[in-house]
Ligand binder design. Structure first.
Ligand code: CP
Length: 302
């Protein structure tokens, strides 16, 4: 059974196949009739143990555009609250003839563990601080759409790298596609192993913006911080927050990305988030086509 657990496990050829498939689906979902019958015999369960707006709705729309049957599970109003385990929960859902599982979980490795214990295709929709593979795919797809190619581009990932599954999946994906990657943030929000990932490290956000073609700005993930990290949100906004004046001071145009949700006025000001530099809503739009491609390709090899 095939899964998409992380970008670490897939090749540049896999990624390019997903992009070519997503190109076709993007064209399909811009037609008046947005649906294709490709997955009409497939049932997919979206199993979310953590909050989500974009990923959950994007997967559900992708599944519906592919004509799959869809069931949605949120742990917060489920029998997980009565003590049911992850494997029991998923096996009970699978016994209702479900073929594929899209899962978000707060524990790194939860989908990998599940993949060894259940018989269904699993797509990781974010596992704690580990990976968020479909986010990285839609991010790279959006760079390719905006700049023509990912290879040779300079991408700065700015923010809370330590707690970010988006950062790790983006680093793997961008490097596999031949981009140069820099991470930028306070030392306290960079993982100790960052040196082993082959990325540039910068602590001055203005230098990072001047270096890059694309800045992917990340949220400070207070909900994942076990201890109180320096800096506070106010300090972060002061020293690392990106605003229009900073972009006006560059001697070039750069592309601004953000996976959402944005903390406006902390990591990103509205005068940038809502400007012509921003492709933030294009990222969200592309998420549906990219997730259609992932589900279609996984179902095809069943
Ligand atoms: N980008 C992202 O994963 O957003 P959600 O947490 O709203 O799904």
């Amino acid at each position: 059974t095939k899964h998409l657990l992380g970008i670490k496990d897939i090749t540049a050829d896999d990624i390019n196949l997903i992009f070519e498939t997503a190109d076709n689906f993007k064209e399909v979902i811009n037609r008046p009739i947005k649906k294709v019958p490709s997955l009409r015999d497939i049932t997919i369960a979206n199993i979310f143990f953590e909050n989500s707006t974009r990923t959950k709705l994007s997967f559900e729309l992708a599944e519906k555009r592919l004509s799959a049957d869809v069931v949605n599970f949120s742990s917060s109003n489920s029998s997980v609250k009565k003590g049911e385990t992850l494997v029991d929960t998923v096996n009970n859902i699978l016994s209702m003839k479900v073929d594929m599982v899209v899962m978000r979980h707060s524990s790194p490795g939860a989908p990998h563990f599940l993949s060894r214990n259940i018989k269904a295709n699993i797509v990781n929709a974010g596992d704690g601080t580990h990976e968020h593979p479909t986010q990285a795919l839609l991010d790279a797809f959006s760079i390719r759409e905006k700049l023509g190619d990912v290879a040779g581009k300079k991408v700065a990932i700015i923010g809370d790298i330590l707690h970010s599954r988006v950062a790790l999946s983006n680093i793997f994906c961008l490097q596999k596609l031949g981009a140069e990657v820099m991470v930028c943030g306070p030392t306290t929000l960079l993982p100790k192993y960052i040196g082993s990932l082959g990325v540039k490290v910068e602590h001055d956000v203005n230098k990072a913006l001047q270096w890059c073609d694309v800045a992917n700005i990340l949220r400070i993930q207070l909900e994942r911080q076990q201890i109180k990290y320096f800096p506070s949100l106010r300090e972060y906004a002061l020293y690392f927050g990106v605003n229009k004046k900073m972009l006006d001071n560059l001697d070039k145009e750069i592309v601004i990305m953000h996976p959402g949700p944005i903390n406006r006025g902390v990591e990103l000001n509205s005068d940038v988030a809502d400007s012509e530099h921003s492709i933030i809503l294009n990222q969200v739009e592309n998420g549906v086509a990219v997730r259609m491609a992932v589900l279609y390709l996984l179902a095809g090899v069943r």
